[in-house]
Write a protein that binds this ligand. Sequence first.
Ligand SMILES: C[S@@+](CC[C@H](N)C(=O)[O-])C[C@H]1O[C@@H](n2cnc3c(N)ncnc32)[C@H](O)[C@@H]1O
Length: 289
Amino acid sequence: MSAPKKTSDIVSALNDFEDIKLTDKMFGKFAEHMYTLAGVDLPLTPKNHALIRNRIVKLLRRHSLKSYEEYWAMIERGGAELTSEFISALTTNMTSFYRESNHFDFLTGALPELSKKFGSDIRLWCCAASTGQEPYTIAMTACEALGDQYKKARLLATDIDLQVLKKASIGTYEEREMQGLPPAQRSKYFEKVKAQGEEFWRAKDQIHNMIRFAPFNLMTPKYEFQHQFHVIFCRNVLIYFDEATTKKVIDNLTACLAPGGYLVLGHSESGNVKHTHLKPLSRAVYQKI
Ligand SMILES: C[S@@+](CC[C@H](N)C(=O)[O-])C[C@H]1O[C@@H](n2cnc3c(N)ncnc32)[C@H](O)[C@@H]1O
C-alpha cells in the first residue's frame, strides 16, 4: 500500500484495515497463543472475536501488514519484542485508585497488626499491577496506617504487560487517570509536573520509593521468592483465567504467603477459591492458616 497523502486517502486506508477479515481459524490461533503465553482464556464468542480483531488490527497498521495471516507468520517467527507487543495488545488493563475500596479499609486495620507480629519488615506483593494505581494506593494506605513507621512496608508490583509496567514505574498520570483519588491524598502524595505543555500528576518519592516494579507472569509454573509475603493483592486478573489456571495460581500464591498473611482477590473472583490453607475473612479477603 503506497503512503496515503490526502485526508480522504488516509480515511480510505484505515477503512481498508477495517475490511480485513479475521477468520475463525486465525482467531483460534491468536486465542491459543495468548492462552499459552499468559493463561488468558478467550473462547470464541462475538465479544472476544471483536476484541481480538480490534486490538490486532492496530498491530497490522503498525507493521504495515495486509492480513492477520501475515501478522501470524511474523509472530510465529518469534522474538521477545513481538511477543511482548502481542501480550500487551491482548491484556485488559483497566484499573483505578482505591478500586474496591473496602480492601484498603481492611489493609489499614491489618498493617499495624502485621507490623506487631512480624517486626521490622512487612512484605506486600501486588501481582497484576497494571498502570500502577493499585500499588500506589497500597503504598498510600501503608503510609496512613503505619505513620512514621511506613518504611517497614515494602511493596513488589508486577505485571506481565511490560508497557503498563513501565508506566507504573514512572508513576505519572493524566487528570482523567486520577479518578478515585480523594483530594487530600492527591495533594499529599502527588505533585503536578509539566511536560510538553501538558500537566500531569506524579507520585512523590515517599510512595514511589516504597515500590519495586518488575515483570512477572502468573503462569510461571512455580513461584520462587527469597521470602514469603505478608499480603498479596491479586485482583481482577483471575477473571481472565479458566478454572484449572485459577487453581494453579491460587496454589502458587498461597505457597508464597506467610502463615497469618492475607490474600486479597477482586470482588468477583472469590467464587472458585477452595484451598485448605485459606480462611475467608471478608469480601474476597483470605487469611493463610
Ligand atoms: C484488569 S487489570 C487489573 C489491575 C488491578 N489489579 C486492579 O484490580 O485494578 C488486569 C491486569 O492483569 C495483567 N495480567 C494478565 N495476565 C497476566 C499474567 N499471566 N501474569 C501477570 N499479569 C497478568 C494484565 O496485564 C492487566 O494489567
